[in-house]
Every structure is written in structure tokens, then in C-alpha cells.
Write a protein that binds this ligand. Structure first.
Ligand SMILES: *Cc1c(COP(=O)(O)O)cnc(C)c1O
Length: 218
């Protein structure tokens, strides 16, 4: 089943998003075993994303070659377990975390790729900067020697209001386009999960994080 799900999603996104940009499919692997994750990789998954540092540390050695993403809430005291091991941190949602990633990266002579997380629905339950702050946050981070900002990440709110969701997707894309104009390092808009990725790629997302639709219900 995992294999069929991977092939089916990869084939659906093979023509790219609405702007004909290539879409990166990140398999969200929280609560999945290394065996399940490796099945997905053998079926064509190139990118995987963990939510919790503890799980990443337990499973990482048993998971095959793939680009590693970190997509969950990150405590500053756990940054040290990720630097040098994670290709892209999606969840930079506060300056204190950016500072910790910067410090640790410089200690290891590295520059860590990050996305700025936007709380696009202004939800109390979710982390991230307000969309209106997105440009300023980029300006604070982009010249830092230990960080390389690659774009933005967001989670759409849980609502059936399609026109609201479309507007929020468009707001994310506008923010992304605004910074991308002047910075060729900006190339990822990480927006879309199992329930909403089709809408997101039809409105300009080029990176989707899919768990349930690959591995089944958690
Ligand atoms: C779990 C998770 C996903 C994937 O969610 P599904 O609905 O299972 O596809 C995507 N992004 C983040 C940040 C997650 O925690």
C-alpha cells in the first residue's frame, strides 16, 4: 500500500505546480518505523521529514539515504542534535530558535538551510510568525553566516471555507514571491499536507509534507 500511495502521489505531482515548478514531496514520517520509511524510499521518496528530535535520533541510523527535513516544533536545547544531520529545518518560528541554529552552525563551520514558519491562520495553537512580519523576519535572518533562508512554511487552518483557504495560499505565495525576486536562494514554499496538498499546489506551493496519504492513518 505504501508503495502504491507513493507512486500515485509522485505521478499526480509530476507536471509540477500551477507555475510549472517542480514539487518536492516530503514524506512526514512521525510514528512510522524505519521499515515503513525505507519502503517509501524504495518506492521513490527522496525526502523525509521528522517532527520530533527524539524520534529522529532513534530512527535515523536505520533509515536509508534520503534528504532529511525537520518539520516539527523545535526546542532550542535540542538544536545540537540536528545541525549537520538535517538538510532543511522547516519550523523556524521564533528568533530565539534562529539564534540557536546560527550559533550551533557556526560552531560546526556550517550554514544551515531553514524555512521561516508563518502562522497563516493566526491560530493560537500553532507556532510561527504573522504573515505581515514575514518579510522583516527574512531580512533579519538572511545575511547571517550560519543560516541560509530557503523560503517559507505554513500549515493551513482546519476549515471548510475554500475561499479563505485559497486566499491564505495566495498570501503565502505573495510573500514567497516578494523575497524570491531578490534572492535566488529562496526556492521552497512548504505548504500542503494529506488533506489539502492539491489545493496548495494548484495555488503555488512547491513542497508538500505528506504523512497519512502515504502511510495510512496514525
Ligand atoms: C504530521 C505532519 C504533516 C503530515 O500530516 P498528514 O496530514 O498526515 O499528511 C505535515 N506537516 C507537519 C508539520 C506535520 O506535523
Amino acid at each position: 500500500m505504501i508503495e502504491n500511495n507513493v507512486r500515485s502521489i509522485l505521478s499526480s505531482i509530476s507536471d509540477g505546480n500551477c507555475f510549472h515548478e517542480q514539487i518536492t514531496l516530503v514524506a512526514a514520517t512521525k510514528m512510522r518505523t524505519p521499515e515503513e520509511i525505507n519502503r517509501a524510499i524504495r518506492a521513490g521518496i527522496t525526502d523525509i521529514g521528522e517532527n520530533r528530535v527524539q524520534e529522529f535520533r532513534e530512527k535515523n541510523a536505520f533509515v536509508m539515504q534520503a534528504n532529511r527535513h525537520f518539520i516539527g516544533h523545535l526546542q532550542t536545547n535540542k538544536v545540537k542534535y540536528l545541525i549537520g544531520k538535517i538538510d532543511l529545518i522547516h519550523s523556524v518560528d521564533r528568533d530565539e530558535l534562529a539564534d540557536a541554529i546560527e550559533t550551533r552552525s557556526l560552531n560546526e563551520n556550517l550554514r544551515t538551510d531553514i524555512l521561516i514558519q508563518i502562522n497563516i491562520g493566526n491560530e493560537a495553537s500553532k507556532g510561527g510568525y504573522r504573515a505581515e512580519e514575514g518579510r522583516k523576519v527574512y531580512e533579519r535572518f538572511h545575511s547571517r553566516a550560519g543560516l541560509r533562508v530557503r523560503g517559507y512554511m505554513a500549515m493551513l487552518p482546519n476549515t471548510t471555507d475554500g475561499s479563505l483557504l485559497n486566499r491564505l495560499c495566495d498570501d503565502m505565495r505573495a510573500l514567497y514571491d516578494d523575497v524570491r525576486k531578490t534572492d535566488p536562494d529562496i526556492c521552497f514554499l512548504s505548504l500542503g499536507m494529506s488533506g489539502d496538498w492539491e489545493r496548495c499546489v494548484s495555488r503555488g506551493s512547491n513542497m508538500i509534507r505528506i504523512g497519512t496519504a502515504i502511510f495510512g492513518a496514525r
